[in-house]
Design a protein around this ligand. Sequence first.
Ligand SMILES: [Zn+2]
Length: 405
Amino acid sequence: MTTPTTVEQMLAVARAAVTEVDPQQVSGMQRDGWLVLDVREADELSQGMIRGARHCSRGRLEMQLPQWLLDREQPLLLVCAQGLRSVLAAQTLQQLGYQQVCSLRGGMHAWQRAGLPQQLPATADNAGLSIAQQQRYARHLQLPQIAAAGQQRLLDSSVLVIGAGGLGSPAALYLAAAGVGRIGIVDDDRIELSNLQRQILHSTSMCGEMKTESARARLKQLNPEVQVDTHAVRLDEANVSTIITDAYDVVVDGSDNYATRYLVNRACVALDKPMVYAAVEGFVAQLAVFWPSAQADAPCYQCLFPQAGDRPSCSEAGVLGAVPGVAGVMQAIEAIKLCLRLPSVLTGKLLQINTLDTAFTLSGMRADANCEVCAGQRHSAARPHAARPHAARPHAARPRAERLR
Ligand SMILES: [Zn+2]
């Protein structure tokens, strides 16, 4: 065959090599596992996309597609505006070894003429997310509460996790998976075999290693673009403010002793950081978000529990390994909501979970007007982005909550 010298000849050659399909065939192909790849330029996507389509512009196709689509046997249906760029692109992908590539005849114009359903991209430019990020966080991008702008906000957020144990493990894993851009881990312990029944950041082969290092390796393995800062120290009066103030947006308290909780609470109140608290014992967990400046009568940890208790620790009382799993995952959810500036229903509330009875109890709680930690902070103006609960607050007395370790 002679080398084509005009666009018409190039299209004729491409059409002889590439199967073209009609819009009505597309939904069936998607059910059969075909991936719709929209090869238009980013600024054309606001005209509407086929639901479930991924975007990679024609100009970057050969360079970028191999970075995120490793399987060259993945069937691909290419789409552009009129079906010209897509048929040429399909021919190129065939030459690169992609084995099943079709083109949508007539492109999005034919799709729209057929009145078939479309979706808009999260934003016209996807808020600067790379193709790999669009793929990694695709399920977030489908949620109106997150979308591209929210995902970008998560990538710009930072969360400090106190303790890489039973609570901190699931919390940190889900924060990393969600794309929280910087995660700090505070822990001065080494991994013991008895930790592994619940501390799912760590593995048997890491016994004896520092939990911070095990956590860093596991989180980077899960999501390499997350920055993990480790603090292999025991929190004390001298270092707590330095570590917490280190530009973290939210503090997740996964500590297992009263002294550290009081310390973290005082630092969080002083620095106006939301503290996502959880504690577990046996089959029971409790959670709250302490952030006195977020609303007028929101308490701090000290308001709820003015004095250290004498509850036994996990090592003394025992705990079902999955219970801190549930609580830690819920701490991650609250932290993510705070990063996204979504309302956190647990601000000023205490959630108690009894997994033996499968019972969830949410009670209101109020600040102690004479609290030595937060009384001076509580009445300050709420932060402009303070998360506020949707629901009206009930008239609540201090809950008769049994504090857990
Ligand atoms: Zn207080």
